[in-house]
Write a protein of this length. Structure first.
Length: 224
């Protein structure tokens, strides 16, 4: 198998409720079939999907990059990857803290929490979504200040995610993110924000989106 240098880190499995349309095993096996030497599973505020994904990665002979996507109450979302066993334990305790604060199925975490449990974590900050015509035409001053704060805490373990959204403004959007990256000293990381292992799951993905958004397929529009 010819391995490629690119590794997809922003992967959502079906353990992210009503978001991921594929099992972790399917995502890992597809990554291996595409020639990836590793793949990162990062479900929303949970590590639940990594066990089956790890077993699949072992079977197909690629590395699983274990992590979680942290959705914060007062800051940007981020992919969080522990760099060793101790950091994995801290990430587990952080998620437990957030889940104990919230109702079942929810998780409440803050920027301060992430800092308190941040030793040994590598984070990839996900920029907010924006469209042409939004005020400022970019991610905004609040996000930049938050990114600067995270950079101060995590140092060279802080990165900025950049994905193609295929809405017609990707060139402009990526140029703006490149400027933010340079100003904050946070290197950019290319991701694809994967939610399924193949195009055949598009229909299921759309149904999940409609359930989450409380709408019909005909009403969903760009939410799909």
């Amino acid at each position: 198998m010819n391995m490629m240098d690119y590794v997809e880190l922003q992967v959502t499995s079906n353990f992210s409720f009503l978001r991921g349309a594929s099992h972790g095993e399917e995502l890992v096996r597809t990554a291996a079939a595409l020639g990836h030497g590793a793949v990162g599973i990062a479900d929303r505020n949970t590590l639940a999907g990594v066990v089956r994904a790890f077993m699949a990665a072992r079977d197909v002979g690629i590395r699983l990059v274990v992590g979680a996507r942290l959705d914060l109450e007062d800051g940007p979302s981020m992919l969080c990857f522990p760099s060793d066993r101790a950091a994995y334990g801290r990430l587990s305790r952080l998620l437990t803290l957030g889940k104990r604060r919230a109702e079942k199925g929810s998780c409440r975490l803050t920027l301060e929490d992430v800092g308190d449990y941040g030793d040994g974590q590598i984070i990839v900050v996900i920029p907010p979504d924006w469209a042409p015509g939004d005020d400022g035409g970019g991610p905004g001053d609040v996000f930049v200040k938050q990114l600067e704060g995270l950079k101060a805490v995590f140092g060279d373990r802080c990165y900025l995610a950049a994905s193609h959204l295929y809405r017609g403004d990707d060139g402009r959007r990526l140029a703006l993110l490149h400027g933010v990256s340079g100003a904050c000293g946070t290197p950019m990381v290319a991701t694809n924000d994967v939610h399924a292992h193949g195009a055949s799951r598009r229909v299921l993905q759309d149904v999940l989106t409609c359930i989450r958004e409380h709408c019909t397929i005909d009403e969903a529009g760009y939410r799909l």
